[in-house]
Write a protein that binds this ligand. Sequence first.
Ligand code: GLN
Length: 485
Amino acid sequence: MHNKSVAELSRELESGKISSVELTQQFLDRLKQEDGKYNSFITVCEDQALADAKAADDMRAAGRATPWTGVPFAHKDIFCTNGTRTTCGSKMLENFVPPYDATVAEKFKAAGAVCLGKTNMDEFAMGSSNESSHFGAVTNPWGLSSGQKRVPGGSSGGSAAAVAARLVPAATGTDTGGSIRQPAALCGISGLKPTYGRVSRYGMIAFASSLDQGGTMARTAEDNALMLNVMAGFDPRDSTSIDREVPDYTATLDQSLKGMKIGLPREYFSDQLSPAMAEQVRNAISEYEKQGAIVQEVSLPNAKLAIAAYYVIAPAEASANLSRFDGVRYGYRCEDPKDLMDMYTRTRAEGFGNEVKRRILVGTYALSHGYYDAYYLQAQKVRRLIQQDFINAFKDVDVLMSPVTPSPAFAQGEKTTDPVAMYLEDVFTIAINLAGLPAMSVPAGFVDGLPVGLQIIGDHFSEARLLNAAHQFQQATDWHLREPK
Ligand code: GLN
């Protein structure tokens, strides 16, 4: 069962061959047996999952089943779950049990899906390797047989590793600068970052609010479509949620790609990309040509400024968002504070890890009087120019394709002492967040036995087209079905 997709598991449940209670128990057993190798879960909700599975079986018996009813999955530990600890990978929230559900969590519950637990992540979603988690690093299931432990990417590294290791068929993620696409690429699974505003941010712990977007992670494009069907939609509780009709994302998966215009951004096939990676990505693109797509080169002249702009804007927003963790209302509080100031400072000094502190310092600096114009305002102007590059590109083409990462999964510890090297992991993903666009990562080959991702970028609200393009590719290739040894 653990090798089956969400769509397949849904059919098994519908046919009555297996009950959700049996299926959930199988997945829980496997999770307990295997996750010692990966550390991909922070919390496993065994009792709750079995109770939900029982309820799902009843829901199905009553004829009220959705495609998700009784299917196990997991949430990134950034989504608040009522009654279940939600840590965001931080000591600050180690014992935080939310009294409410994120909208995304509520929607999966309403569909009857069975949440097995909460997946590991970089602290407050800041990172590209899942090494900044207070709950320990996550190990990529790929490359383990060579004896070298590799990172799964981040910040949704627990979700990516769990799906790749077949501990769950699907998991939620969030993507502020690449945190769905980069781990999906490094773990050989499929992930979609939707258009900003497509999926509610209510109850999703905030990192950089103008960039954060929840999304989908699973092995197949079809399963990503099934996830987005549940997650997408207007939410009056999120002021940046967009009130726009949600299509059935599975309905257009089978459309032909004949005549689809693909743009290859010149700047994304630069010397930052190793020749071996470039070759895999180009091979994938030639599969699209075989299916009748037309490829042309395009230019994103300001894309090179994306990392610099992001590392002003994201930390600035983070410094404001994270000011709420002050030891007063919830979360960690230091022992025996001498006075109020001592409590604030020691709580934050002890509760946050180094990467989070670095972001708060950078962000506070960029927003300070006298520096605001030079950094934050300037970065916002650059952001606008980057958006304009994409607007121009989409006048000529339907989608853009590029690599997701400059290289495959790197070794644990390789980049932890060099933050800039870590930030450069997102050189092909960050501009998309600054522009608010949807993009997917799809398994597209291997380099040195490690998975390589193809990035498919679309105009705002073109998720159905991205999923269609990914699905057609997966009908012709089997990269997404490869299993780590
Ligand atoms: N790696 C990027 C960062 O560290 C992106 C993280 C994310 O998308 N949440 O900020």
